[in-house]
Design a protein around this ligand. Structure first.
Ligand code: 13P
Length: 290
């Protein structure tokens, strides 16, 4: 059975490691991410953006695919199905569709007061159904599936106010960006992270924009209380690169190289390898149900 993400993230804070939250796009993504997590015996958060869910014909389809694959692969690790960067309405839909975890991204609302009010409302609705909930303060720079953020660094007092609503984990902007980091990116703002941690105690913190953050900065962020790290673009890149290589090597026309099961295989294998690499970097390998 898919689980709520709270217990695994609380354990990650206590154990000083982070759990990867990998974005799924379709069957290949879902399969690769699950196989990588099972083979490394890591707890897993598999998440869908609103755009990726729409592409797959909706939240109910995503839920059914993830749930059926979890059972068919006979996974022995805890897996949570999470909504990534949801609007208020998307959160309601995912609660209804049977997601086990949601993220309300209120950073795009007109004011912090609206973010706070909707957060309180959604915390109650999610918890009434045993679903975990992540909320956001500040914003993640860059663009993900049409959601654009300006990259404001989170105000620690606003983080404390959102934490008091009973959220299970908190995404706070600390200079992180969705997508590939520009050459002149100054790095994560650790002073801001430490100030947020001081106001939010043991609440698991979430680092978005996991693609391309140098390993030493990932490790420092985990030391400062980050327990969930989101990775999306990096899997897309390794999938695209491996597929390009296959096509450029002329393999499409070797025998039945055009068969989608062959054409998509190098990208699928590359995603398994990258997901395992991230899990080991984040330190959640071997943590399973422990
Ligand atoms: P990247 O695409 O930069 O890995 O970010 C993923 C993310 O933060 C999803 O919310």
């Amino acid at each position: 059975m898919l689980v709520n993400a709270k217990a695994m993230l609380d354990k990650a804070v206590a154990g000083h490691y982070a759990i990867g939250a990998f974005n799924t796009n379709n069957l290949e993504w879902c399969h690769a991410i699950m196989v990588a997590a099972e083979e490394t015996q890591s707890p897993l958060i598999i998440q869908s953006s609103m755009g990726a869910a729409k592409y797959q014909t909706g939240y109910k389809t995503v839920k059914k695919l993830v749930n059926a694959m979890y059972k068919a692969l006979d996974l022995t690790i805890p897996v949570a199905l999470h909504l990534d960067h949801g609007t208020y309405e998307a959160c309601l839909e995912c609660i209804d569709a049977g997601f086990t975890s949601i993220m309300y991204d209120g950073s795009h609302e007109e004011s912090f007061e609206i973010n706070l009010k909707n957060t309180k409302d959604l915390v109650k609705r999610a918890h009434d159904k045993g679903i975990s909930i992540e909320c956001e303060v500040g914003s993640i720079g860059g663009e993900e599936d049409g959601v654009v953020g300006m990259g404001e660094v989170a105000d620690p007092d606003e983080c404390a106010a959102i934490a008091e609503c009973g959220v299970d984990f908190l995404a706070a902007g600390i200079g992180n960006i969705h997508g590939v980091y520009p050459e002149n990116w100054p790095g994560l703002q650790f002073d801001a992270l430490a100030a947020i941690k001081a106001k939010t105690g043991d609440l698991p913190l979430v680092l978005h924009g996991g693609t391309g953050i140098p390993d030493d900065q990932i490790k420092k962020a985990v030391d400062l209380g980050v327990a969930k790290i989101n990775v999306n673009t990096e899997l897309q890149l390794v999938f695209a690169d491996a597929t390009e290589e296959y096509v450029k090597a002329g393999k499409i026309h070797e025998g039945k190289g055009f068969d989608p099961r062959k054409l998509l295989k190098p990208g699928y294998d590359a995603m398994i390898a990258k997901t395992k690499e991230k899990i080991c970097l984040f330190g959640s390998d071997g943590k399973g149900w422990n």
